[in-house]
Design a protein around this ligand. Sequence first.
Ligand SMILES: [Ca+2]
Length: 121
Amino acid sequence: MGTKSQAWEEAYARIRPEIEMVRTIIGSMDFSGGIVDDAQALYIAAQAMVPIVERANNEMKLLSSDDKLELAAQGVDDALKLPWYLEPLDKPVAKTLLSRIVAFLNKSTGAEASGVSFIRG
Ligand SMILES: [Ca+2]
């Protein structure tokens, strides 16, 4: 993963309550288990993390694109407790998914309108 920047650490501390809220909400949803439910939970967590990270970035103005992607993926990892055999995958899968979600938002509404400026390319 590489070393986390000071800005990353500060942003992570800042969004921890919001990550916890996402974790609680997903935990309260009726996912009965199985790979389809796990995939849906992953998708929901990834979507939830985009505005959370973007808001932290707007407040701090210090995060690199890598920081933001890493932050969002860490948030997804924290928010999801998957079965042990899937747990090592949630962060890397989240990164791919987050890149796709942001690419979609930027294409469908434009980066300006969506307010989503991170994870391009
Ligand atoms: Ca996890």
